[in-house]
Each structure stands twice: as C-alpha cells, then as structure tokens.
Design a protein around this ligand. Structure first.
Ligand code: ZN
Length: 136
C-alpha cells in the first residue's frame, strides 16, 4: 500500500463561493496511478469547508441561501471582536473540513449525482487543500 500526499491551490473570488473541484481531484487520482484505495480531502482553513453533493445551479443557490439563514451575517458574535469573521467560522463548523472518497478501478467512486465542492466562507482568498491517498 502506498500513501501519497498532494495539494491543490484554489483562488476564490467571492465571500461565499461553492466551487466544484471534482475534476481536479480526479486528475490527482489519475496522476498517481492509484487503482484502489481511499482518498481524503482536507481543507487547512477554518473558514472553509469540503462537502459532497449535486452540482445543480438552483440547488447551489438554495445551499448558499440556507447557509446565510442558519448562520446570519449580522448577529452579535463574540469572535467578531477579534477578526470579524465569526459567521464564516460557524458555517465551517456546521459543514466540516474534510471528506473521504473510495477509489475503485482507478476512479473516484462517487455517485452519479455527486460532486466534490470546496466551500469558501470568507473569501476572496488563496486556499490550499490537502489530498491524502492510501491505496495501491
Ligand atoms: Zn476568525
């Protein structure tokens, strides 16, 4: 079994932005020639998240709207006295910063309607996402 680490750079352009990174992750699987195993994707930033869901434009808009509704921007949050981005951290808490995906026969074994998204919650920024693959 091999353990491979890699990284992708993501340049975001909005405060809240949901970016499909499935093809970038698929390229990494291909590049390293892993046929079977497990891929973990991990964001190294506490104001971003990694989620898996359907890339359908109305659903993405619904997701943005619900995030803003569940964690409103202009509440009185304690963390805002430090760096004024509590809403971004709180949204990240709820979504989580990593996902694991099986690799089978050289491909990510995602469901037909599943895509991997990087969720920017405090952009625009330059972000790094870490990929770890365990397999052969
Ligand atoms: Zn902060």
């Amino acid at each position: 079994m091999k353990i491979i680490t890699d990284e992708i750079d993501i340049k975001t352009s909005k405060r809240l932005e949901i970016i499909d990174i499935s093809s970038k992750i698929a390229e990494i699987v291909k590049k390293h020639g892993i046929k079977n195993g497990l891929l973990n994707i991990f964001t190294r930033h506490s104001t971003s998240a990694i989620v898996i869901n359907e890339n359908e434009s109305r659903l993405i808009k619904d997701f943005e709207n619900i995030l803003m509704k569940i964690v409103p921007e202009n509440e009185t949050y304690g963390h805002n006295t430090i760096d004024n981005n509590a809403a971004a951290h709180l949204r990240s808490f709820l979504l989580g910063g990593s996902q694991s995906i099986p690799i089978e026969n050289g491909y990510l074994d995602l469901g037909t309607w599943q895509s991997i998204f990087f969720v920017e919650l405090d952009g625009p920024r330059n972000r790094k996402v870490k990929i770890t693959i365990m397999g052969q």
